[in-house]
Design a protein around this ligand. Structure first.
Ligand code: MD6
Ligand code: FE
Length: 215
């Protein structure tokens, strides 16, 4: 896979990144017209915000969530919360189009019966990045993570089980869906600083939906 920040995905291909991790190229494209208005409704109820890390840094990626459990961060740590800390009410429900897409993608990658109770929504603008991390706040790590990319392309970095393991890079383009589970579930990964290459539909932003089984 070449790094491509401008082109379209080769829809229908599966780029394997591990024995239980890969990218379904263009898998979400047929759902984009339904995903975007559903996303706007979520934003109206739980707007994007920049959270503070336990180390005291402000994240360059802006976050929101939908469904029962929302991923949050503050000076006291990372955790899942049943309420949006910005107003104390529950997160918006997961739209049906989100859930169906996540379940179909999980099944296509070999994970039947995926039942996410959390959907973290990340918004990147030029310069936003996500440093190398493991997704380890979920109680149930037997379920995969399903990650949908919309808008500007990102360079995704995928490593091993130790922070210092060698990483490889691939592009995540509008409509791509990454699915990770099994023995690849805890691999380190991150997103390089976003380059401004405006997307025809979404402009200078990238939206990433990650579906998890958190509890
Ligand atoms: C992103 N994604 O693509 C950030 N985590 O914007 C993640 O951190 C991530 O894509 C676990 C599994 C898939 C992911
Ligand atoms: Fe992650």
């Amino acid at each position: 896979m070449t790094l491509d920040l401008f082109g379209a995905s080769d829809t229908g291909t599966y780029d394997r990144m591990g024995s239980a991790a890969g990218i379904l190229r263009g898998f979400a494209l047929p759902d984009v017209d339904a995903l975007l208005p559903a996303l706007a409704d979520i934003q109206a109820a739980s707007p994007f915000r920049h959270m503070i890390t336990p180390g005291g840094f402000t994240m360059s990626v802006a976050l929101s969530n939908c469904e029962t459990l929302g991923w949050t961060s503050d000076r006291f740590g990372y955790r899942y919360s049943r309420v949006d800390p910005s107003h104390g009410r529950p997160w918006p429900a997961m739209p049906a189009v989100f859930l169906r897409l996540a379940q179909r993608a999980a099944a296509a990658a070999g994970f039947d019966g995926f039942a996410p109770d959390a959907c973290l929504i990340n918004r990147y603008v030029p310069g936003s990045r996500l440093s190398l991390h493991q997704d380890k706040n979920e109680v149930d790590s037997s379920a995969p993570i399903v990650s949908v990319s919309l808008g500007m392309a990102a360079v995704f970095v995928f490593g091993g089980h130790a922070r210092t393991d060698k990483c490889f890079r691939t592009s995540l383009l509008h409509g791509d869906v990454a699915v990770w589970g099994g023995e690849d579930r805890m691999r380190y990964h991150g997103v390089l600083p976003m380059v401004d290459a405006p997307h025809p539909l979404l402009g200078s932003q990238r939206i990433n939906l990650t579906f998890r089984k958190a509890a």
